[in-house]
Design a protein around this ligand. Sequence first.
Ligand SMILES: O=C(O)[C@@H](O)C(=O)COP(=O)(O)O
Ligand code: ZN
Length: 214
Amino acid sequence: MPREEARLREEMVQTGAAFRALGLAPGTSGNLSARLDDGWLMTPTNVGLGDLVAERISKLDWDGNLLSGDKPTKELVLHRAFYENRPGTGAVVHLHAPHAVALSCLEGLDAESCIAPITPYFVMRVGRLPLLPYFRPGDPAMGEAVGRVAPRQACVLLANHGPVVSAGSLALARAAMEELEETARLALLLHGRPVRVLGEAEIQPLRETFGADW
Ligand SMILES: O=C(O)[C@@H](O)C(=O)COP(=O)(O)O
Ligand SMILES: [Zn+2]
């Protein structure tokens, strides 16, 4: 096995365990993927992210055919939507992180960006967070909807389901996901209160300096 593939498998195991330890991956929810030179690694379906085994992680070719490992996540279409529509995507993470899931169940969210720019770090790590409609998990239509926004947005929130984050690497996707969850917690804490959000003049230099995915 190529050294980079072996390294990525280990990184997926460690990342899954970290999400579980943080309480962001309850039960068998959530899935991770990472890009290889000749396809993708994806977490198997129905396996807790805290219980991943490196050799059993699914390896797929660019057509989505299983090359080795266990049956892949049912959200294959969701992950592919980012890889195929967002150049530079090196990893995709979907979790049922509790505050982000709670937020995804609220009525009346701004579908263009359902968390306001309340802190600079959210702007730098996540940027805008479009809310997509509810889809049954694994629904190919969800992949199509994600594919339409992926060229412009690195992260989305699926209504009544949870967040999906793409980034250049698994480490960056993890950082963005943790920031998204923390900001969702803050947004819920602040819900119903008058909130000062960052203005365009404050956001612009953050975009320029950190190249967030806007
Ligand atoms: O919500 C779902 O069913 C999936 O999105 C999920 O989080 C876990 O599915 P698998 O990756 O197929 O286990
Ligand atoms: Zn899910």
